[in-house]
Design a protein around this ligand. Structure first.
Ligand code: 4AD
Length: 575
């Protein structure tokens, strides 16, 4: 091309393709001019408005065009070359992406043609849950001379990964996890290539030992010979994929809104599975102790633990409450059923957001007839230890507990016992102040923070007893030697504080009526409760244990909210 002259004005020029590079339409930089036209031209540059005019010269001097300096031209050439290379690289990338996209589309179209059918000549597949390891039911093959059992499993994709032609899926069914391997045409089907986490699958295949050095749940893997993602079983992908909705970094409030998805995560599901075993263990222990299960009403017209935390509602135009505790009803069962217990919901209109308060919680309550206060304490220790023992005797559950709470150790019996009055001294000695920032004194309610600090220092379960009459409920039996205190007990554990509240019950009719009067509660609505003291009264006592608090301790969860399915607390009643 013939040599041309191009103009560069560093002030008013513009580096855009629509500039002509003429005197009246100059570029802004030499680099851009060279990039547009190559370097074998003449380039004239100037600073039209900011160029300094040497003193004494004509002011029009600043408007002069000067040929570009050699060094500037060399720099401009380098710049142009770099830009050209960059553009080429970008073009290449776009071309590669377009090709990849087209290839993927083609592969997916081809994949749609691959239809896999179950091979009916293979041995019949035994349907199993993913945790079945009983050698009578499943045998592991070794990939050569020993054939493993052919099984049929159902579950959801917990994790998936691809390695060249092989696809690995960790399947989850709520009972366990199983590593599944897809090879050959199975790994090339449309469903395999577009598999998303949480997709439900039906899979058949042979169970084999994992190769030496490799790891998989239960040291085995399923070599799939058939799988199906039935209609509607596929999980959302892309932006809507579960991993984009709940992750380690998701805000706490969002996680609670998405509790239905959070529950599929490893921690939440382990806690819920441990919870099932713990609840069952309570039933088992109570059965061992020949205690009978009852189910008292949740809709009531009487209070147990003070009016401040009652949920009130309109019951066919009458005032009613959601039960705070089934204790009073349990007491009425003693004469006809012997020792009784219940595992039901209790409700507390708690207005504070603490780690251990729920508005609705599972309350394990028991009532024992013809006992002494010491019997009650011994019974509590026994129940707690035996429940832990039963729970930990299931290897799967014990593994979950130890994964959630690696430092957990079985509680030693007897528990440390301490009277309230000793605790007040202990708190003073350890400089733990009350809620007013003062030294604890007899009659103070030991607040949550102080109580937790005390249990954390003591580091093991503690039976704290003999609370003053003034801080406890109206129905509690007074200590016969010390009438200012009650035969009451709280069981405190490290990390949580109080998990049990119990006491002996006032069983003298007149004394109980006096307590109603003292607390300014009208006894009329309680006739069915006070009648117990009229028709064969007895020394009896019982307690309530918060299941979520028990689990927060056992599974080392920060809050009781993490220990229920869909927590209810101040400010949340959904989902
Ligand atoms: O100490 P509380 O209020 O005792 C009673 O309700 C007795 N009437 C029980 C009885 O003797 N049958 O509650 C007993 C236990 C507490 O120790 C705690 O574990 C749990 O119930 N609890 C709560 N758990 C979660 N959220 C709340 N708001 C709770 N309030 C009590």
């Amino acid at each position: 091309m013939a040599e041309q002259t191009y103009y560069i004005d560093e002030d008013v020029g513009e580096d855009i393709a629509s500039q002509a590079g003429t005197e009246s339409s100059p570029y802004k930089s030499l680099g851009f001019a060279v990039l547009q036209h190559g370097d074998s031209h003449q380039f004239l540059t100037r600073k039209s408005t900011t160029g300094t005019v040497p003193e004494g010269s004509d002011s029009s001097a600043k408007l002069e065009w000067k040929p570009a300096a050699k060094a500037a031209l060399k720099k401009a050439k380098n710049y142009a070359q770099q830009q050209q290379k960059k553009a080429a690289r970008e073009q290449e990338l776009v071309a590669r992406r377009t090709k990849e996209e087209a290839d993927r589309k083609k592969i997916l179209e081809e994949a749609k043609k691959i239809v896999i059918e179950e091979d009916m000549s293979l041995p019949k597949a035994e349907r199993i849950k993913l945790d079945v390891t009983d050698p009578k039911k499943v045998k592991l093959g070794n990939g050569t001379d020993v054939r493993g059992t052919r099984v049929r499993v159902f579950g959801r994709v917990h994790r998936e990964r691809r390695q060249k032609e092989v696809m690995f899926v960790t399947l989850r069914d709520g009972y366990g996890l199983m590593q599944v391997i897809f090879t050959g045409p199975l790994a090339k089907t449309y469903d395999a290539l577009t598999l998303t986490r949480e997709t439900s699958m039906e899979i058949c295949g042979e169970l084999r030992e994992v190769p030496p050095g490799a790891h998989a749940p239960n040291d085995r893997e399923l070599h799939a010979d058939y799988f199906k993602v039935h209609k509607g079983w596929k999980a959302a992908g892309g932006d809507d994929a579960i991993t984009n909705r709940v992750s380690k970094d998701t805000e706490h409030a969002t996680l609670l809104d998405l509790r239905h998805l959070t529950l599929r995560g490893e921690t939440a599901s382990k806690v819920m599975i441990v919870r099932d075993t713990v609840e069952y263990a309570f039933n088992q222990v109570y059965r061992e102790l020949r205690m009978r299960k009852v189910s008292p009403p949740a809709l009531v017209q009487t209070q147990v633990e003070g009016g401040a935390t009652l949920f009130k509602f309109d019951y066919y135009n009458e005032k009613a409450f959601l039960t705070q505790s089934s204790q009073l009803y349990l007491e009425t069962c003693l004469p006809s059923m012997g020792d009784v217990y219940c595992i039901d919901k209790s409700f507390r209109a708690e207005r504070s957001l603490t780690r251990r308060h729920l508005a609705e919680y599972t309350h394990i309550e028991a009532e024992l007839d013809f006992i002494t206060f010491d019997d009650l304490l011994d019974h509590l220790e026994l129940v707690i230890c035996r429940v832990v023992e039963i729970t930990m005797s299931d290897p799967t559950i014990a593994k979950h507990v130890m994964e959630l709470n690696p430092e957990f150790t079985m509680p030693d019996r007897p528990f440390k016992r301490m009277k309230y009055s000793e605790a007040i001294k202990w708190l003073a000695e350890h400089g733990i102040l009350n809620e007013d920032g003062e030294e604890h004194k007899f009659g103070d309610d030991i607040a949550e923070a102080a109580e937790r600090r005390m249990t954390d220092v003591i580091g093991r379960p503690l039976l704290l007893s003999h609370f003053p009459v003034s801080v406890k409920a109206f129905y509690m039996q007074k200590d016969k030697d010390e009438p200012l205190v009650t035969e009451s007990v709280d069981c405190l554990v490290p990390g949580v504080g109080e998990i049990v509240g119990g006491s002996m019950r006032m069983y003298d009719y007149d004394e109980l009526m006096g307590a109603f009067e003292r607390e300014k509660i009208d006894p009329a609505a309680y006739y069915w409760y006070t009648d117990q003291r009229k028709y064969g009264s007895s020394p009896h006592g019982g307690y309530g244990l918060g299941l979520e608090r028990f689990l927060a301790w056992l599974c080392k969860q920060h809050t009781v909210r993490d220990c229920c399915l869909y927590p209810r607390y101040f400010g949340r009643c959904a989902p």
